[in-house]
Design a protein around this ligand. Structure first.
Ligand code: AMP
Ligand code: MG
Length: 409
């Protein structure tokens, strides 16, 4: 089998990302009920077909009155609760009890908060009178009929789903969920829970990857383990390519004789690149395949940290972009190194813990030994500090970019 040399060109992560982007298409849409929309992306503009509120509504519990009326004690004509429209009018010398959200009775032009009133036998005594129009939400003040309330591309946050419901919608248009298959490869791998034979280790990558996928709104349709035989891995790839939007493999993409995924992807797919100028995670294969070329294949290296960093930098953004996310990268921040760092000949994604220094700047400290087999280097890591290659060492106090992995306190 001949392997084109161009495939082994060492790409910068930015270039690799661009190539992945050009092959990533937004998935077809489906209508999904409100309760299942959390975190997905709205794929249609939503226009308000009515004013909200549809009637002038009280914003306080109190009494609806006429602001210009000077009569000190007013006869109470009735109660106007939220959810009904009573028949009475408010005139000079009268007031209506009203609750928050209730329609303002005809005639009234302001609401006196309950705290500024005293009830007497003759009626209600008003203390300080608000101006006309105060404590009232005018018709259409929250939403005006014809407004574009939500634009296609909006992430369905609690507020966005709440807005859909407030418009009376029962569902929203979003993409279907990506179907993702995961395969860990390696003759040395044993299921957790099973005893280890000589030279064996437990498969950790499959579980780390499934956990990384969990918050991304995907359906993991398969997650399994295969030995290092061409037949087993080929059968998996053929079956999963046909049935998946994304196939993620772990292991078998380096230079060893048992690195079979590398060759199988050449055989079964179109490989776009397989080396990125980064540490960890330099051997990283990206390919596309399937009947329409729409299945994305990510061949992650087997070293546990390399696989997870590759997932963070390349796979996660692609999975979000497929679901219509316009901003699919983790947020970046400038952080200050608190110790010297020796750069290498590639971009180093260093696991760091962050804390906010007294001057307000985020400070980054390495989580310890950074070798790509040491999964523990991810524990307590808030970010990946991005250390570009250069001749001079980085000195404590220098600022670098960092990819934030989660919320930073
Ligand atoms: P490979 O990329 O297949 O050459 O594997 C590189 C290193 O990662 C080797 O030390 C493997 O034993 C280890 N490794 C590969 N797959 C896994 C896995 N699923 N879980 C834990 N370690 C793995
Ligand atoms: Mg292997």
């Amino acid at each position: 089998m001949s392997i084109p040399d161009a495939l082994d060109r060492l790409l910068d992560p930015v270039e690799a990302t661009t190539i992945i982007r050009t092959h990533t298409t937004v998935l077809p849409t489906e209508r999904v009920r409100l309760a299942e929309l959390a975190g997905r992306v709205l794929m249609e503009d939503v226009i308000s077909d009515a004013d909200q509120p549809p009637f002038p509504a009280a914003t306080m519990d109190g009494y609806a009155v006429i602001a210009a009326d000077t009569i000190p004690v007013r006869r109470i004509v009735g109660d106007q609760f939220a959810g009904t429209i009573e028949a009475f009018h408010v005139e000079r010398g009268t007031a209506a009890y009203i609750t928050t959200g209730a329609p303002l009775p005809p005639g009234a032009d302001t609401v006196v908060p309950i705290e500024r009133t005293t009830e007497t036998a003759a009626g209600v005594r008003i203390g300080e009178m608000p101006r006309a129009g105060q404590n009232i939400r005018p018709v259409g003040s929250d939403l005006t009929r014809g407004d574009r309330v939500l634009a296609a591309g909006t992430v369905l946050t609690p507020a966005a789903v709440g807005l859909l419901a407030s418009l009376g919608k029962t569902d929203g248009l979003t993409t279907r969920r990506p179907r993702v298959s995961v395969l860990a490869t390696g003759d040395e791998l044993v299921e957790p829970g099973q005893p280890l034979g000589p030279g064996q280790i437990h498969d950790s990558n499959r579980f780390a990857l499934v956990t990384a996928l969990a918050p991304l709104g995907v359906t993991v349709s398969y997650a399994g383990l295969a030995p290092d035989t061409d037949d087993a891995q080929r059968a998996f790839l053929i079956e999963r390519i046909a049935d998946s939007d994304v196939v993620i493999t772990s292991g078998g993409v380096s230079m060893g004789r048992k690195d079979l995924i590398k060759g199988l992807l050449i055989e079964l797919a179109t490989v776009h690149f397989r080396q990125v100028r980064m540490r960890p995670g330099k051997p990283f294969t990206f390919a596309t395949a399937g009947p329409t070329g729409k299945t994305l294949l990510f061949g992650l290296p087997g070293n546990p940290v390399s696989g997870l960093v590759g997932f963070e930098v390349f796979v996660r953004p692609a999975l979000l972009a497929m679901q219509g996310y316009q901003q699919s990268d983790r947020p970046h921040a400038r952080v200050r190194l608190i110790h010297d760092v020796t750069p290498i000949d590639r971009i180093d994604y260093m696991r760091v813990a962050l804390r906010r220094a007294d001057d307000g700047v985020l400070e980054a400290a390495s989580t310890g030994p950074q070798q790509s087999s040491r999964l523990a280097s991810f524990i307590g890591a808030d970010a990946l500090a991005i250390i570009p290659s250069r001749d001079m060492p980085y000195a404590a106090g220098e600022m670098v970019d960092a990819l934030l992995l989660g919320l930073v306190a």
